[in-house]
Design a protein around this ligand. Structure first.
Ligand code: SAH
Length: 464
C-alpha cells in the first residue's frame, strides 16, 4: 500500500496495484439487516465512505478509516461528483474501499453513477445488494407487498421531484423520497383515477427503534395537514388491509443500552438501542508504554470489557509488540464480549468469567485458585476503581492502566424517549453522559442501573 500519497496521482505516479471498490448496501437501519457479505468486506476495508442513511453505530466494529459523505446541517456536504472523486482517489492509492449506502445501492442509490466513474478509471469493483427500505418497511410493519388475490404487482417509484411523480398501473405502489411531499404524491394518485377508499400507509424510520406507521384511506389522508415524514415511504394499495397495530415489531420492548448488554436482554424480547458513552482518545500513552515494556513484572492481565481488549492491543502493536510478549501471563476476561474480542486477537482467555457487575469478581477468581497475582488492569480512566477494588479484595496487587476514556462521541444523537420502554445504565459516567442530552426521564420508562453506584447517580441526576 502507498499510504504516503495524498493527492490524486498522475498516470506516471499511479502505483501498479489499483485498489478495489465495493459498492454495498447497508440495509434500512436495523444493523442486523446487513448482509454477511457486506459485513465481510467492511472488515477487510481500508476506507469506508458512508452516507446519511447509514447509522454511524453500525460502523463501530470496523477498523477502517470512516468518511461521512452525507448532508450535515451547517456544514459542507459532498456533491455526487465529489464522492465519485473521493472513491477514485482512495482506490488509486491501492486501498480497499467500501462505498456503503442506505438500503440497496441500485434502488434510488446512485450506485449506477458511481460504477460509471469506476469504469472510466479502470478500477475494479463489486456490487453488494442491500435490503431496500421497501422490504424493510414491509416486513417490520407486516404489510405484504404482494398477496394472493389482493395484489399481484408492485412498483417502486420516487416522490421527488414533484413534477416527475409517476403513478404506474400496479396493485401496490411504494414511493421513496416523500419527506415533505406526501400530499403531492397522493394528489397525483387520486388524479390517476384510484378510488378514494384505496388504502395508504406512511412508514417512517422503518426497521429502527422509532419506526412509526400512519394508516389511512386516500381521501382521508388528503384531508390531513401536510407534515414532514423523514425518512419515510408511502405505500398505496389494498394489501395494507393486512396491517395490525400490534405487529411483531411493535410488541418488542425497546431498551436504551448505555453499555454492554447483560444477558437478560434477549433479542426475542428486546430491541436494544445503543447509546454510546465511551470515546477512545485520551489514553495515557506514557503509562501505556511503560506498562507494555515492563510487562514482565505482572503475572496476570485482566480485561473487564471489549474496549479494554481492543485498545490494549492497539497500543501493544503500536509499541512494536505482539501476543508473544504476553505469553507468561494468566489472561482473564470478565464477560463474553471481552472473551470474543480477545479471541479475535489470537488469544483464548485462561479464565473466562461471566460477571454482569464488578461485584464478586475477586471472589470468582479466588474460587478458581487465582489470588496473590500482580494484575495489569487495562480500562477507562477513573471508572475502573470498583473493579480494581474487587480484585484487590481477592488478595491481588492491581495496576490500573487507562487505554481509553469515557466521554462524548462525535455522533451521539439525542434519543426520542417516546419510543423507549427501559433504560439500562452501565455506569455513573453513562448516567452523566445521558444527562447532557436529556433533562428528565419520563415516569413510564423503567430505569435499570447496573449497580449501587450507578443507582445513586441516577438519583442524583434525575431525582426520585
Ligand atoms: N437506496 C435506498 C434508498 C435511498 S433514497 C434504499 O434502497 O432503501 C432515500 C429514501 O429512501 C428516503 O427518502 C426514504 O423514502 C427511503 N428510506 C430509506 N431508509 C428508510 C427507512 N429506514 N424508513 C423509511 N424510508 C426509508
Amino acid at each position: 500500500m502507498t499510504d504516503s500519497i495524498h493527492t490524486e496521482p498522475t498516470p506516471s505516479q499511479t502505483p501498479a496495484k489499483k485498489g478495489y471498490v465495493y459498492i454495498a448496501g447497508a440495509g434500512p437501519g436495523d444493523p442486523e439487516l446487513l448482509t454477511l457479505k457486506a459485513d465481510r468486506v467492511l472488515r477487510e476495508a481500508d476506507v469506508i465512505l458512508f452516507d446519511d442513511l447509514v447509522l454511524p453505530q453500525m460502523l463501530e466494529p470496523y477498523r477502517a478509516e470512516k468518511i461521512y459523505t452525507g448532508k450535515r446541517k451547517d456544514a459542507h456536504h459532498f456533491a455526487q461528483d465529489e464522492i465519485n472523486q473521493e472513491i477514485v482517489r482512495h482506490a488509486l492509492m491501492g486501498k480497499t474501499v467500501v462505498r456503503l449506502k442506505g438500503g440497496d445501492p441500485f434502488i434510488f442509490g446512485r450506485g449506477g453513477e458511481e460504477i460509471d466513474t469506476l469504469r472510466q478509471h479502470g478500477i475494479e469493483y463489486e456490487i453488494i445488494p442491500g435490503i431496500t427500505a421497501a422490504h424493510g418497511a414491509s416486513a417490520y410493519s407486516e404489510i405484504p407487498l404482494t398477496m394472493r388475490k389482493v395484489s399481484s404487482s408492485v412498483a417502486f417509484c420516487t416522490g421527488h421531484p414533484v413534477n416527475s411523480i409517476q403513478v404506474p398501473d400496479t396493485d401496490t405502489i411504494v414511493y421513496y423520497m416523500v419527506a415533505s411531499n406526501v400530499h403531492d404524491v397522493l394528489d397525483k394518485v387520486a388524479a390517476s383515477g384510484r378510488s378514494g377508499e384505496t388504502m395508504v400507509a406512511v412508514v417512517q424510520n422503518a426497521t429502527r427503534y422509532n419506526q412509526r406507521i400512519f394508516i389511512s384511506t386516500l381521501d382521508e389522508f388528503r384531508k390531513r395537514e401536510r407534515a414532514v415524514y423523514s425518512p419515510a415511504l408511502l405505500i398505496i394499495g389494498q394489501n395494507i388491509s393486512q396491517y395490525i397495530e400490534e405487529n411483531w415489531y411493535s410488541r418488542k420492548k425497546k431498551v436504551l443500552m448505555t453499555g454492554e448488554a447483560p444477558k437478560k436482554y434477549t433479542p426475542a424480547e428486546y430491541i436494544t438501542v445503543p447509546f454510546p458513552c465511551r470515546q477512545v482518545a485520551g489514553a495515557d500513552l506514557g503509562a501505556v508504554k511503560s506498562c507494555i515494556e515492563g510487562i514482565g513484572q505482572f503475572t496476570m492481565l485482566f480485561f473487564q470489557n471489549r474496549f479494554a481488549v481492543r485498545y490494549f492491543f492497539k497500543y501493544l502493536f503500536e509499541n512494536g509488540r505482539d501476543v508473544r510478549h504476553l505469553a507468561h501471563l494468566v489472561i482473564c476476561t470478565s464477560n463474553r464480549l471481552a472473551a470474543t474480542e480477545l479471541q479475535e486477537h489470537g488469544i483464548i482467555a485462561d479464565c473466562r468469567l461471566e460477571a454482569e457487575t464488578p461485584t464478586g469478581i475477586g471472589e470468582m477468581l479466588r474460587r478458581q485458585g487465582l489470588t496473590g497475582q500482580r494484575i495489569l488492569l487495562p480500562g477507562a480512566e477513573h471508572v475502573d476503581e470498583l473493579v480494581a477494588g474487587q480484585l484487590r479484595e481477592g488478595g491481588n496487587q492491581v495496576t490500573p492502566l487507562a487505554v481509553y476514556v469515557h466521554g462524548a462521541q462525535d455522533h451521539v444523537e439525542a434519543i426520542d424517549l417516546d419510543f423507549i420502554d427501559e433504560i439500562y445504565f452501565a455506569s455513573p459516567e453513562c448516567v452523566r453522559k445521558f444527562r447532557e442530552l436529556h433533562d428528565a426521564i419520563p415516569a413510564r420508562i423503567v430505569v435499570t442501573p447496573a449497580d449501587e453506584r450507578t443507582a445513586e447517580d441516577v438519583k442524583k441526576q434525575f431525582g426520585g
